[in-house]
Write a protein that binds this ligand. Structure first.
Ligand code: CA
Ligand code: CA
Ligand code: CA
Length: 260
């Protein structure tokens, strides 16, 4: 009788684990995708919200309450352009060791290490800019034409947060310039505030690693402009719901793991 009970418990546990793993994968896959909508207001790349409506055409993606970023895309004069604003809400201090890392896997080939054709740019101290390309095992610094990217940072207030914080704006051609970055990207973002070292680097997708393309998220793009209903509040609610689902499942799993 005891054996039968144990077997039934084991089967129930395995079934629940399968459901739980499925739920976690679903939740994290949802959290690791975003969409770039068509540009409505072409931004001025000056490292700040130049006008109140400058970035209301981009879907908001968050890293906790630390970072908010948006992107749009359009057919530029020569190339397909993507334009970005990344607001590092919790970094209000100018430190040499602060950094922004932006990793691009333009053919969505993934991998456990950066591959040739994967690119990363890194801005250290909000002023030093470097390009890197994957070499199959890590990142190698490469000289790319400086016109490849237009970027600017500033420590300024914005409609997102009236406390001055670091803001990065940039625009890159996706299918032109000195490298072909690719049209649909997997990407990884990490930012670091050296005045808040205990927080570590904040990454999108959360928990991703800059050196592991398999852990990066997907950026879809659409010809559509951002739907009016897709407001900031809706996005926050959706992402909060995903976190709650993942947390509940993880908690249930860990309780079961402990009891098994
Ligand atoms: Ca601007
Ligand atoms: Ca800082
Ligand atoms: Ca790749």
């Amino acid at each position: 009788m005891k054996k039968k009970f144990c077997a039934l418990t084991m089967i129930a546990f395995m079934a629940f684990s399968l459901v739980s793993v499925g739920a976690i994968n679903y939740a994290s896959a949802q959290a690791a995708e975003r969409t770039s909508y068509s540009t409505v207001v072409e931004p001025t790349i000056d490292g700040m919200w130049t006008s109140d409506d400058e970035w209301t055409d981009g879907e908001v993606t968050t890293i906790g309450d630390v970072v908010e970023f948006r992107s749009t895309w359009d057919m530029g004069d020569e190339y397909v352009m993507t334009r970005w604003i990344i607001e590092f809400l919790s970094d209000t201090t100018d430190d040499l060791a602060d950094f922004w890392n932006f990793c691009i896997d333009g053919d969505q080939s993934g991998g456990t290490a950066p591959q040739p054709g994967d690119f990363r740019f890194r801005i250290a101290g909000h002023t030093e800019f470097d390009w890197y390309e994957g070499d199959g095992t890590g990142w190698t610094a490469v000289e790319l034409d400086e016109t490849e990217i237009e970027w600017a940072t500033s420590l300024s207030a914005s409609p997102t947060d009236s406390t001055p914080h670091w803001i990065l704006e940039f625009q890159i051609p996706k299918n032109g310039g000195t490298v072909q970055l690719g049209i649909t990207w997997n990407l990884g973002l990490s930012v670091y505030d050296s005045s808040n070292a205990q927080l570590g680097a904040s990454t999108w997708p959360e928990g991703s690693e800059g050196d592991v393309p398999d852990s990066w998220g997907v950026e879809n793009f659409t010809m559509e402009q951002i739907p009016e209903g897709l407001s900031f509040g809706v996005l926050v609610l959706l992402s909060s719901a995903a976190v709650v689902v993942a947390t509940v499942v993880l908690r249930k799993r860990s309780r079961l793991d402990k009891s098994s």
